[in-house]
Design a protein around this ligand. Structure first.
Ligand code: FES
Length: 223
């Protein structure tokens, strides 16, 4: 850590606990490559700072790593995982990319806006919810989906999305993953393959060319 990252009055600084975490993260990188830790350290700073980064926090991370402030700022402003403004305690990221869109993300988005009385990119007055639209979050098989803070909620519909928000408003922690009767990414309509026991599948296969039929006694048919 450089002297500039030691923090002054009112300046962002890692808590003692996060300082240890930051040092452990930096230690994973080879000597001279510590700047590569900029993303996990920005993430750590964001988590400490109520899920958003201030310029002060970004500069602190730059100083911590001994890198030019502008380099850390470039990273923080490039990746959408970094929030540059305060967000609600429930940060809803709605996927709007094609698979989710084809499966109804527009209707889910509208239901969230109607329920919370906010538009895309806005935060409720009580600071509890922020809604943003994002691109594919890699859970297309369970489209449409939303990410709320660190958790994925999949197979969302306007109805179960409103129920999710109600649960969060009550301070509950809804079950993550599919919001319909579905095991993980298994077909929503139930099993469609591998329904037969393996032994039965093998027995039903036609004999290999040149092989004796299954019911031919051993020795018969051999010349
Ligand atoms: S398109 Fe929505 S998760 Fe991939």
């Amino acid at each position: 850590m450089t002297a500039a990252a030691e923090g002054g009055a009112g300046r962002f600084a890692f808590t003692p606990e996060n300082l240890k975490r930051a040092e452990a993260i930096v230690a994973k990188y080879p000597e001279g490559r510590q700047r590569s830790a900029v993303m996990p350290l920005l993430d750590l700073a964001q988590r400490q700072n109520g899920n958003h980064l201030t310029q002060d926090a970004i500069e602190y991370v730059a100083d911590f790593l001994g890198m030019a402030k502008i380099r850390a700022l470039e990273v923080a402003t490039f990746y959408t995982m970094f929030n540059l403004e305060p967000v609600g305690t429930n940060f809803i990221q709605l996927c709007r990319t094609t698979p989710c869109w084809l499966r109804g993300s527009d209707a889910v988005c509208q239901a969230i806006q109607d329920k919370l009385g906010i538009g895309i990119g806005e935060t409720t007055k009580d600071g509890k919810f922020t809604l943003v639209e994002v691109e594919c979050l890699g859970a297309c098989v369970n489209a449409p989906m939303v990410q709320i803070n660190d958790d994925y909620y999949e197979d969302v519909t306007p109805e179960n999305m409103v129920a999710l928000i109600d649960a969060l408003e009550r301070g509950e922690k809804p079950a993550i993953g599919p919001q319909v009767e579905r095991q993980f990414s298994a077909p929503a309509s139930g099993k469609t393959s591998l329904q037969m026991p393996v032994a039965k599948i093998l027995a039903s296969r036609p004999p290999a060319r040149g092989a004796a039929p299954a019911d031919t006694p051993v020795g018969e048919g051999d010349d």
